[in-house]
Design a protein around this ligand. Structure first.
Ligand code: RB5
Length: 153
């Protein structure tokens, strides 16, 4: 398995810890930056990771900013991306089982590094359940592609 990881200036050390954890799991990790602890713009790194995921150059992505919000908002603007911000493992597990999240995001200023390891593990170990969840994802894709949703219920 190969994952891309990206972060803004708030998450450099945090990213390195998560990257090491992923590598310990035998996962190849492409580091999309930043390594700059000063100032950076989170959309740059959210986009880089999202692009790699959407283009199927990697199997998924991990994003980190102060809250996980800005960087996931940027990633979610790329077609085909479902980036979910999670602060605990239960949501991370369901993000895969129900939402088939292809990117997991968290906030370096929100969750501790040990919790972040548990979040990423829960997401990686879960499997998408398909069925009724696929239908809902198809509806999200319809909004993404047409700007509309035909079904009203
Ligand atoms: C940077 O200060 C901060 O705004 C950023 O890391 C992130 O939390 C944005 O959503």
């Amino acid at each position: 398995m190969k994952l891309a990881i990206g972060n803004d200036h708030t998450g450099v050390d945090y990213k390195l810890a998560i990257k090491a954890h992923l590598e310990e799991r035998g996962i190849e990790v492409i580091d999309c930056g930043t390594q700059d602890r000063g100032k950076s713009n989170y959309p740059v790194y959210g986009y880089k990771v999202a692009r790699m995921v959407a283009d199927k150059e990697v199997d998924g992505g991990v994003l980190i900013c102060g809250t996980g919000i800005g960087i996931s908002l940027a990633a979610n603007k790329v077609k085909g991306i479902r980036a979910c911000v999670c602060s605990e493992p239960y949501s991370a597990q369901l993000a895969k089982r129900h939402n088939n999240a292809n990117i997991i995001a968290f906030g370096a200023r929100v969750v501790g590094i040990e919790m972040a390891r548990m979040i990423v593990d829960s997401w990686l170990d879960a499997r998408f359940e398909g069925g009724r969840h696929q239908k809902r994802i198809d509806m999200i894709t319809e909004i993404e592609e047409t700007g509309e949703l035909k079904e009203t219920e």
